[in-house]
Design a protein around this ligand. Structure first.
Ligand SMILES: [Zn+2]
Ligand SMILES: [Zn+2]
Length: 402
């Protein structure tokens, strides 16, 4: 396969942008992607894919088997929007109040459906099996995990997984790849500190849960600064604190909500006992008790080093040198991590920033993309479909090849 062999015909490029605008105008939250899933299923069916719907909720899978032997690869796009009121002022801005495609998942769906058109036309050139996976509920609800539970990696058995995410912090059309961990694990904590309420003028008759919470929040930061090896990234953030009603009453309880991030499974595993120890100590010191609900949510997103090198090389080959860069690690999280826990693969990024108007961060009400980058996404997905399932070279061949 040469770079010139992955061309996106102008009608497909136009269609991808129109489709992205249509999906952008009709955003749906996690596990509610009924309209989006229907569009996906309809398109895949018309293109001749074997289509399965309602996989892990609203998930859709399109399968194309070739006549040649080879790997089975999964290409993934997430479909969900966010509960944000859009402020872009774009002509195709969200028509659904309080919902917005502010992470670029509309683009992911359009890219993969654009790729599907080209893959279907070039069926004769395929090896192995291509599985296009349209996933619900990436934003916090773990749609990828639900699709795995529903068997998406087993029937047919998937050998490799690839996912792409748009990135407004990178120049439009540039691919960013990182071997190994690229995004953090994300776990959440919900704490209630139970004290003993009373008069604000008689603190000696109370066990003040607000003071306990204050000590705990301060001491909590010593988990990262004193207990985790300094070269290992980790974050603990308390994002909400609720307690009390008025200036002169000490309340019974205080409730705290927080997020815990780590960049390796080992550090991730250390966080819960460390946090628990500090919480217990603070509560003991102040005569309070606590409930801790520690929810393990998304694992570390870790790319297989060989697969990351492969995607990077493929990007150079298809797009030309200078269009792919190293990805900086981020403490954001992704549920594609569940797939990468099960199979080797690569989660990579595609820049969408052209100018000021396309520079807002993800999850911002003014998030917007340079649609010109979508074509690059289509080319990458088609290149993976045409190239990645090719049978691996024999074991005695250059082992540095894939
Ligand atoms: Zn997001
Ligand atoms: Zn996202």
């Amino acid at each position: 396969m040469t770079s010139s062999s992955v061309i996106v015909p102008p009608d497909v490029a136009r269609d991808v942008i129109e489709l992205r605008r249509d999906i952008h105008r009709h955003p749906e939250l996690g596990f509610e992607e009924v309209r989006t899933a229907a569009i996906v299923a309809d398109r895949l069916e018309r293109l001749g894919f074997e289509v399965r719907t309602k996989i892990g909720g609203t998930g859709v899978v399109g399968i194309m088997r070739s006549k040649r032997p080879g790997r089975t690869i999964l290409l993934r796009a997430d479909m969900d929007a966010l509960p944000i009121q859009e402020e872009t002022g774009l002509p195709f801005a969200s028509a659904n109040d309080g919902k917005m495609h502010a992470c670029g998942h509309d683009g992911h769906v359009a890219i993969l459906l654009g790729a599907a058109q080209i893959i279907a036309k070039r069926q004769e050139e395929l090896s192995g099996t291509i599985v296009l996976c349209f996933q619900p509920a990436e934003e916090g609800k773990g749609g990828a995990r639900e699709m795995i539970r529903a068997g998406v990696l087993e029937d047919p058995h998937i050998d490799r997984v690839y996912g792409l995410h748009l990135l407004s912090q990178a120049p439009s059309g540039v691919i960013r790849v990182r071997p190994g961990p690229v995004m953090a694990s994300s776990d959440s904590i919900e704490i209630t500190i139970h004290g003993k309420g009373g008069h604000g003028a008689a603190p000696h008759e109370t066990n003040d849960p607000i003071l306990t919470a204050a000590h705990f929040i301060t001491a909590l930061q010593s988990v990262v600064s004193r207990k985790i090896e300094p070269v290992e990234p980790a974050v603990v953030t308390i994002g909400a604190i609720h307690g009390g009603t008025i200036h002169n009453v000490i309340p019974d309880d205080v409730r705290l909500l927080g997020t815990v991030r780590a960049f390796s499974p080992e550090v991730r595993a250390q966080m819960e006992p460390r946090i628990q120890t500090i919480l217990r100590g603070c509560c003991d010191a102040h005569g309070a008790t606590y409930d801790l609900n520690y929810e393990w949510r998304y694992p570390v997103t870790a790319n297989d080093p060989d697969e990351a090198a492969y995607v990077r090389a493929l990007a150079s080959r298809i797009l030309g040198e200078g269009r792919s860069e190293d990805m900086r690690p981020t403490m954001g999280a992704e549920d594609f991590s569940f797939m990468l826990e099960q199979r080797p693969g690569c989660f990579f990024f595609l820049g969408t920033q052209r100018d000021e108007s396309t520079s807002a961060p993800h999850h911002n009400a003014r998030f917007s993309i340079d649609e010109g980058a979508l074509e690059t996404g289509v080319r990458m997905m088609v290149a993976l479909a045409l190239d990645a399932p090719a049978p691996a070279p024999p074991a005695d061949a250059d082992s540095k090849q894939r």
